[in-house]
Design a protein around this ligand. Structure first.
Ligand SMILES: [Zn+2]
Length: 92
């Protein structure tokens, strides 16, 4: 669904939608009320759309990326020191 695709690109709006469209004690959506006070049965269409958008965005892979970059950078620094030790052994 195109609208879910758009929502998945806007995490702020997605989180707000998920937070607002929650069921009340009677099982109706708190947010989806029309002018006469009638609520939509929960999960409402908007909620289902937001759930779909969240599954499309696939969690938060960006959060793990910096940690991996740090480990790789440290390993690269150790590799750079190794040839220097070899060179000293060869000349001695
Ligand atoms: Zn709703």
């Amino acid at each position: 669904m195109a609208l879910a695709n758009i929502l998945s690109e806007m995490p702020d709006l997605l989180e707000r939608t998920l937070a607002e469209h929650t069921p009340d004690a009677q099982g109706f959506c708190r947010e989806c009320r029309d002018a006469t006070g009638v609520s939509a049965v929960w999960p409402c269409v908007t909620r289902e759309l937001a759930e779909q958008a969240r599954s499309m965005s696939g969690g938060a892979p960006a959060a793990t990326a910096p940690a991996e970059g740090t480990v790789a950078g440290r390993r690269r620094a150790r590799d750079l020191s190794a040839p220097a030790a070899n060179g000293r052994h060869r000349s001695a």
